[in-house]
Design a protein around this ligand. Structure first.
Ligand SMILES: Cc1ncc(COP(=O)(O)O)c(C=O)c1O
Ligand SMILES: [Zn+2]
Length: 417
């Protein structure tokens, strides 16, 4: 594997689990315990450059407006499509349904490949280019892969994807359209992940796997920076996040901690992780001894269908440190959240994209969220990513012959007008 050249912003890396410090990420993971590495920044130096004023004056609305607190030293040929800068909506109608007066939805399905993963992909691809890598590989439930394929298109990086053969067809279509080499694995995401690691060992490709490559979390944290800025430098009380591997929630937590360490905010939110009922390894660990143990991973929300979460340690830590909590929801509750979010707020999320909303509904009904709290639910992926699941949330269209009489019968029968 190529030697990693680290950015001037970075002091080094620290293991999420055992705390061992290491100067580089050549082996991706902790040399002692093999858990994930966290990037350690030189906050003192960054503080001099990154201020509320410097951000207010910065016209760039993409993730690159946060270059000062990203782990890239040399930007050469980074993806040019617009990543980040996604809308934050005040969700008045959904909020009223849930008994909340300060609810916001952050729609990250509005990214170039239609999921939150573009934030991670941005930084991982920029790092691969900085290192002069020629081939980038990754295993994915679908979105991380379609993002990588989208962001590397035209950049001269060969992209090799491993994903479960049962991934939604729209995500596979994205991969092929963007020109990635797609290896569909007859097995689960977890099996695709392990095979991808073996491929990296065998061929020396640059590996972007979630919860393995330490830089994906760094891209994901840009969402927290945007949230704080979009809220006029206010910090939400609670942030609801759909959780699979645990990289998004730990990335968001890192973002809030970064801004806090830089003195840009003076308090931190509670992080609330929402998992599908049978894919809840992080919830189980958080509510017991903190140790991640595999579960079945079975859920309609394919993007968070994970047996053994790869960034579980960091996710449990985010819940613990932020004094947050975890919620699990059924597939039916996820499908209901898909309808609610679309019909009340015009945001169409894929099942994993709206799992956060399903968890929020449950937590609010249990009295775990106060009426006036400033709450953000993150929508992590667009509903068009998985139309087959969306159809399970809704009925079928009315089918008639192109005849006026048939139309009149239908209108009467269904009281349409
Ligand atoms: C749409 C969507 N939501 C949520 C997640 C969960 O993120 P993580 O696996 O980092 O917990 C993913 C991950 O693939 C995703 O694609
Ligand atoms: Zn370690």
């Amino acid at each position: 594997m190529a030697t990693m050249v680290e950015s001037g912003n970075i002091l080094g890396f620290k293991c999420v689990r055992c705390g061992k410090e290491t100067p580089d990420a050549k082996g991706y993971v902790c040399p002692s315990c093999k858990s994930n590495l966290d990037v350690v920044y030189d906050y003192k130096a960054i503080k001099a450059r990154l201020t509320r004023k410097s951000l207010d004056d910065n016209p760039d609305k993409s993730v690159w407006r946060y270059k000062d607190i990203l782990p890239i030293a040399r930007y050469k040929g980074v993806p040019i499509v617009h990543i980040g800068g996604t809308p934050l909506y005040k969700a008045e109608r959904l909020g009223a349904d849930l008994g909340l007066s300060n609810l916001y939805l952050k729609d990250d399905g509005r990214n170039p490949s239609a999921s939150f993963k573009d934030r991670a992909g941005a930084v991982a691809v920029a790092k691969a280019l900085e290192l002069g890598e020629r081939v980038i590989t990754g295993a994915s439930t679908g979105n991380a892969a379609s993002s990588m394929a989208c962001l590397t298109a035209g950049l001269g990086l060969k992209t090799i994807i491993f994903l479960p053969e049962k991934a939604p067809v729209a995500k596979i279509a994205q991969l092929l359209v963007f020109g990635a080499i797609v290896i569909a694995v007859k097995g689960t995401y977890d099996e695709a992940f392990d095979l991808c690691l073996k491929a990296t060992d065998e061929y020396g490709w640059y590996n972007r796997n979630t919860g393995h490559n330490p830089f994906t979390r760094e891209g994901k944290k840009t969402c927290s920076f945007e949230l704080v800025e979009q809220l006029g430098w206010q910090v939400p009380d609670k942030v609801f996040v759909s959780v699979g591997d645990g990289n998004i929630i730990s990335g968001l937590w890192k973002g809030f901690k970064d801004f806090h360490a830089l003195g840009l905010i003076d308090r931190l939110p509670q992080m609330i992780g929402v998992q599908a009922e049978k894919s809840d390894a992080i919830k189980r660990a958080f509510e017991s001894d903190g140790v991640i143990r595999p579960v079945s991973g079975d859920t309609i929300a394919d993007s968070i269908s994970v047996s053994l979460p790869r960034d579980g340690d960091a996710a449990v830590k985010a819940l613990q440190e932020s004094k947050g909590f975890a919620v699990s929801v059924t597939d039916e509750e996820i499908l209901a959240a898909m309808r609610d979010t679309a019909r009340r707020e015009s945001v169409f999320g894929e099942p994993a994209g709206v799992t956060s909303v399903a968890g929020l509904r449950k937590a609010a009904a249990q009295g775990k969220v106060k009426r006036d709290e400033k709450v953000v639910a993150l929508i992590t992926g667009n509903g068009l990513k998985d139309v087959a699941s969306a159809m399970k949330a809704v009925g079928k269209p009315h089918l008639i012959a192109p005849e006026k009489e048939e139309l009149k019968r239908l209108v009467k029968e269904h009281k349409i007008a």
